[in-house]
Design a protein around this ligand. Structure first.
Ligand code: SAH
Length: 371
């Protein structure tokens, strides 16, 4: 088994201190200052480990750019406006969004761009990609962005935040942890009975023996920050990710060079993620007084935003080869067999904003929290 520098560091830590939580393992593998996956490498693209929607089609970012302009209008066209992206990757979404936003000059003039990114490698790529649109401001954390009306965009960001895992044993929940097995191999081990702190998301009451449940405390922290901003100024936060609304199970996974990998093989050198629990995000948001819209399937969201019309415009000026690539991209984004339904879109807004396009207020605003 190949040894990564982080593998040595983790094994030393576990030998000295005992088993670690899945949350600490995932956190160290992804963001360890020295060897973390998102500190060192170039994760995205065909030469990297995985591909995301903005990398598949320029239309994804363009439509989100126009969506942001619609939200700015819904907020009364504030003269200063922050477009904030959490985990912008290679900057593809933001650059496509800004190109589309040029059609709305008032919005472009009001715009301040803020990127939340921990990877120096990715920051350098974002700087190059966004140079034609002026310099964004970079931050390690959302809390560093000054208050003010804003749209926040998070595509495949929440799935990269660490999860805790619990395992059902003898009718109760115990923490699933990571320790050392024979020959010093990293392996799952059973921890203490779950003791939830106030504010922790509840664990399911019923589950079969051996079933796994997950919590993501770091996501709740980000949502608290959305709520803090929303108390001071209009806010709409768009979250797009793969995940579920119901049920539970083990979704912890490693991906390397576009294939699933063993999460214990070469820690720090493969991408670790877990599916996003949209019901948990909605609970956290509502508890903070935010309004929650959706989730809606990604395919439906993009079609309602006008994907077909944009696609037809692109096809008019495309070569045969470009047409094939454009159509393949559209299918991948909306087809239920590809990303169309696994990926979901949820918007959290300040309680006063009203239904953000293309979400409709249900009769009696039933889908709106706090109402
Ligand atoms: N949104 C991009 C990239 C998704 S990959 C796209 O769709 O293509 C996850 C992104 O989040 C990367 O940019 C990564 O560096 C960043 N990231 C991961 N963990 C983070 C954290 N804790 N804080 C800030 N950024 C983080």
């Amino acid at each position: 088994m190949p040894r990564s520098p982080l593998s040595r560091k983790l094994k030393q830590k576990i030998s000295a201190e005992g088993s670690i939580s899945v949350e600490d393992y995932m956190g160290l593998c992804l963001t360890d200052a020295e060897h973390g996956y998102y500190r060192t490498g170039q994760p995205l693209g065909t030469d990297g480990d995985f591909i995301t929607a903005p990398e598949i089609s320029q239309m994804f970012g363009e439509l989100i750019g126009l969506w942001s302009a619609a939200l700015w209008q819904a907020m009364g066209e504030p003269r200063q406006f922050k477009l904030i992206e959490l985990g912008p990757g290679r900057g593809a979404l933001m650059s496509d969004a800004l190109r589309a936003i040029r059609a709305v000059p008032g919005f472009l003039n009001a715009l301040e761009m803020h990127l939340i990114e921990i990877s120096e490698v990715l920051r350098a790529g974002q700087r190059r990609m966004l140079a034609p649109y002026g310099l964004p401001a970079w931050h390690e954390e959302l809390s560093a962005v000054p208050a003010g009306p804003a749209v926040i965009i998070a595509n495949e960001f929440f799935d990269a935040l660490p999860i805790r895992q619990y395992i059902r044993a003898n009718g109760g929940w115990r923490e699933r942890r990571i320790g050392l097995a024979g020959k010093g191999r990293l392996a799952f081990t059973l921890g203490e009975p779950a003791r939830l702190a106030p504010g922790d998301d509840p664990l399911p009451e019923e589950a079969e023996e051996g079933g796994i449940a997950e919590q993501r405390p770091a996501a709740a922290k980000v949502i608290q920050e959305f709520a803090r901003r929303a108390r001071a100024a209009p806010l709409a936060a768009l979250t797009i990710d793969y995940g579920y609304e119901r049920g539970y199970g083990d979704t912890f996974q490693a991906v390397r060079r576009h294939h699933y990998a063993d999460p214990f093989c070469s820690p720090g050198e493969s991408d670790l993620t877990a599916h996003v629990d949209f019901a948990a995000l909605a609970r956290a948001a509502k508890a903070e007084g935010l309004a929650v819209w959706g989730p809606m399937f990604q395919g439906e969201f993009l079609l309602r935003l006008g994907l077909e019309i944009r696609c037809e415009r692109l096809l008019q000026h495309a070569t045969a080869q470009q047409r094939a690539a454009i159509m393949a991209g559209v299918h991948r984004l909306v087809d239920p067999a590809a990303m169309g339904t696994l990926f979901k879109v949820m918007v959290m807004t300040d309680a006063g904003l009203g239904a953000p396009f293309p979400f409709a207020a249900a009769p009696g605003a039933a889908r709106r929290s706090g109402a």
